[in-house]
Design a protein around this ligand. Structure first.
Ligand code: SF4
Length: 478
């Protein structure tokens, strides 16, 4: 008998998990569930609210672990619409004897509701983890407008979302402060920031692509979002507009509102007249989150005439860093919703993220494992967002020191902070694997490094790692 392929495709119907399994939502009607006002009014923001939703079935140990994480580790505060809560342990009622362990193991819980034992005890943060790990603020050309690539910019319109993800890359700015992280706040009023962004784009004919983000654009009053997008559409050089909203999955009720659909139709019509492509980029990390309401909201958006809806997930250990889980998600998206699997980002080097991060080698292995099952156009790229470089496919590295877990990357353009840097295109830029994934000698080497606090020390550490590797190679060949 010939061996089976590693993945066997099975077409699956989408199912909206039964929310009445939660004691607090036993009487909630379908009309209430599908109302965005009801969803927003019943978001879970505190441990007390979570207890009220789950009832008495969950062990106290879970709440103690959650409380400790919020006090000592969390970079994001708790915020989950009922729609998201309902995708955790979908087949288990909270009073089931298995519910506590199922909740600990649940992939959606593991990134939306982190608990202390999830994190690494030995080294919860990489020594080079930083709050703004992609240095987006360094590249602001107006407050909240990051110009990091030659032809495209990121416009952070607002610092809030309908849901807060534990691993958020913009943890420096997005959401409420936590005991560990006092959030940065925009200084200027929104209206002045938007004016400055539009002014920059009018003066920058080389920019053709704007990612309109935050936060999540679903938290912006739609009339304000529409006005900003109309102004973008008036700029001749803007050809692509991408709206970033995890809420298409986390709060699909928002995008199903009649006034939002009508507004998107107006924008779609204007974009078509002007030859501009508007797309929605959403953020789904696990197949359990893909429900009939998500499919309905996506269909509603595609029916407005926008160009596409694409998914940018985040690759995380314990959540989805497994080929079968990734393929299940991609097939759920592409078969049942019309959302195009587009990217999986490696989890960025923010504080307390080591338990989620995987090595570049593991990301390369996963990319290989995905190939050939999905249509080529729907096969996602796994990308590493390399600080000071930008997104790179995980096989694009220039060099890789696996013992020390340092990959080296090059770039082919200057960012807004490197205009006069003659070596920007010839130097290599480092990215670091989680230390617990390294061979023993590599882990020992990191233990010997002093905690670095500057770019100069970071470069010195990279040079020391290279010297150590060259010495080992020379010794082996002598
Ligand atoms: S939706 Fe996006 S911006 Fe908002 S918390 Fe999650 S990852 Fe961060």
């Amino acid at each position: 008998m010939s061996p089976a392929d590693p993945y066997v495709y099975q077409a699956r119907e989408l199912v909206e998990p039964d929310w009445t399994r939660f004691p607090a939502w036993r009487q909630v009607t379908t009309a209430e569930w599908e109302s965005v006002q009801w969803q927003r009014a019943h978001c879970v923001k505190t441990i007390g609210q979570l207890r009220a939703v789950l009832g008495d079935g969950i062990n106290e140990r879970f709440y103690a672990d959650l409380e400790r994480d919020q006090a000592e580790r969390a970079t994001m505060s708790m915020l989950m619409p009922p729609q998201m809560v309902n995708t955790m342990v979908p087949g288990v009622a909270p009073n089931d004897p298995q519910a506590t362990e199922a909740l600990y193991a649940d992939p959606v819980r593991r990134y939306m509701l982190p608990v202390f034992p999830d994190r690494r005890i030995d080294r919860p943060s990489h020594p080079y983890a930083t709050r703004d790990s992609l240095h987006e603020q360094d590249m602001w050309v107006a407050e909240g407008l990051t110009h990091r690539y030659p032809t495209k910019v990121l416009a952070e319109l607002l610092p809030t979302c309908p849901q807060y993800c534990g691993h958020c890359t913009r943890m420096d700015l997005v959401g409420n402060s936590t005991p560990q992280v006092i959030k940065l706040r925009f200084g200027a009023k929104p209206v002045d920031r938007y004016d400055a962004m539009i002014d920059y784009l009018r003066r920058s004919p080389g920019v053709r692509d704007v990612v309109v983000s935050g936060g999540d654009v679903a938290n912006m009053p739609f009339t304000n979002l529409e006005r900003f997008l109309e102004r973008l559409l008036e700029i001749d050089n803007i050809r692509d507009i991408r709206l970033a909203t995890k809420a298409l999955m986390g709060l699909p009720q928002h995008w199903l509102q009649a006034e939002v659909r009508a507004g998107m139709e107006r924008l779609g019509a204007t974009a078509r007249d002007r030859g501009v492509q508007i797309a929605i980029h959403t953020h789904v990390n696990h197949a359990n989150s893909v429900t009939p309401l998500v499919a309905k909201a996506t269909r509603a958006m595609l029916d407005t005439g926008i160009r596409d809806v694409r998914n940018q997930g985040v690759l995380m250990a314990g959540v989805n860093a497994d080929a079968s889980q990734l393929l299940d998600l991609c097939f759920a998206l592409t078969d049942r919703t019309g959302i195009l699997p587009y990217y999986f980002y490696m989890c960025d080097m923010i504080p307390f993220s080591e338990h989620w991060r995987v090595s570049v080698a593991e990301a390369q292995r996963l990319q290989h494992a995905l190939m050939g099952y999905l249509p080529g156009f729907a096969t996602p790229r796994i990308v590493c967002d390399v600080p000071f470089v930008g997104k790179r496919w995980v096989h694009q590295l220039a060099d890789y020191d696996r013992e020390h877990g340092i990959s080296y990357w090059t770039k082919n353009y200057r960012t807004s902070i490197e205009r006069d840097d003659l070596e920007a295109l010839t130097r290599t830029y480092a990215y670091y694997d989680p230390i617990h994934t390294l061979p023993t000698e590599g882990q020992r080497w990191w233990e010997r490094q002093t905690a670095p606090d500057s770019r100069r020390q970071q470069v010195a550490a990279e040079q020391a790692a290279r010297a150590s590797r060259q010495a080992a190679t020379a010794q082996a060949s002598s």
